[in-house]
Ligand binder design. Structure first.
Ligand SMILES: CSC[C@H]1O[C@H](OP(=O)(O)O)[C@H](O)[C@@H]1O
Length: 345
């Protein structure tokens, strides 16, 4: 295990201290929360203090490792297995969580071959982190190679360093294109109901001076109709064998708009987001969240409600985009389109 300081998660090896940046409070308040044990991490994941498919996997893995490190003499294999399952079930859609916990628990090994010592769990957690950093770098480079000079790019939700332990997925591509001097402009969907775009993507772009315009989600259509958007880059939480994928609610609508206006539409994700057990998007479990998120809004300002307290709401956290509306998937293994989907297997 090593000490590390990423944008929204940090670990002090000497102090054995794991902390996360409370993403609910960004952009105005940068508040670090201590992860005392896996139950803290489960709370942080459920309330989206920790969010973003890759980061959820890393956070869960690190909380499992640090808990075993601090309590090794008191924990049985059954205890560790139970805790790992509680972490694995903390959110249902982003498959990076299940992938990371399965890696930590060495589920591909025979039961008696699994080494659940703190030393081995730390080694696995660090390899997950280093792999995620490297996958972000590769995705960013593959994606930036598609970006033409002067493009305006629409993003949805947040897919940057706040949501990963690297440059990000879709926002990593944008970072790399900006670094290469491609003079891009970003249109940022605020992304109701939790405003990951309006709060977090703007936070990241501001910090790096990447030009952007913040829009409400209902403004993307008219921008596309007027030819103001040349490309759409989104993230993914689970990609199926046939290329269908789940991402933040609203992504499917953006893909329909892009298809209608002949705008290239890409999902950017690491291979840890691919779930070959899912044949099509119909197989992806979609998380339903609370009414309060739709009845108003929350942030560093607290919580405000504008709808009647008893309003009936519909609040799926994700929707599914079919591969026939996708120009290509930008992965760390390369650009995947309808002609080479077999690479996902
Ligand atoms: C690189 S993050 C991928 C993905 O995760 C986000 O969901 P949430 O904010 O609920 O964790 C969003 O769907 C991003 O596109």
């Amino acid at each position: 295990m090593e000490t590390f300081n990423f944008l929204s998660i940090r670990y002090n090896k000497e102090e054995k201290k794991l902390e996360i940046l409370d993403q609910r409070k960004l952009p105005d308040i940068e508040e670090w929360l201590l992860v005392n044990d896996p139950s803290d991490m489960i709370t942080y994941i459920k309330q989206l203090s920790v969010r973003g498919a890759p980061l959820i996997g890393v956070g869960a893995s690190m909380s499992l490792y640090n808990h075993v490190l601090l309590n090794e003499s008191k924990l049985t294999k059954e205890d560790i297995t139970r805790i790992s399952m509680e972490l694995r079930e903390s959110r249902p859609t982003a498959v990076n969580l299940m992938y990371s916990i399965d890696e930590m628990m060495q589920v591909k090994q025979a039961e008696d071959k699994r080494d659940l010592s703190a030393e081995n769990l730390g080694r696995i957690a660090m390899s997950i982190i280093k792999n995620e950093v490297e996958m972000c770098r590769k995705m960013s480079e593959f994606g930036a190679s598609l970006i033409q000079h002067g493009e305006s790019i629409l993003t949805h939700c947040n897919t940057g360093s706040v949501a990963t332990v690297g440059a990000g997925t879709a926002l990593g591509v944008i970072r790399e294109a900006h670094k290469q001097g491609k003079n891009i402009h970003v249109y940022v969907d605020e992304t109701r109901p939790l405003l990951q775009g309006g709060r977090l993507t703007t936070y990241e772009l501001e910090r790096e001076g990447i030009p952007y315009t913040l829009i409400c989600d209902n403004m993307a259509a008219t921008l596309m109709r007027s030819g103001k958007i040349q490309r759409v880059l989104v993230g993914a939480d689970r990609i199926c064998r046939n290329g269908d994928f789940a991402n933040k609610i609203g992504t499917y609508g953006v893909s329909v708009l892009a298809h209608h206006h002949n705008v290239p539409f890409h999902a950017v994700a690491p291979m840890s987001t691919v779930d070959i057990k899912c044949e099509t998007g119909e197989d992806i479990p979609i998380e339903e969240r609370s009414s309060s998120e739709v009845q108003g809004a929350s942030g560093a300002f607290g919580t405000v409600r504008w709808a009647p307290k008893n309003s009936k709401t519909f609040n799926p956290a994700f929707d599914v985009t079919p591969m026939n509306l996708v120009t290509s998937l930008i992965l760390d293994i390369g650009i995947i389109d309808k002609n080479n989907l077999d690479k996902l297997k």
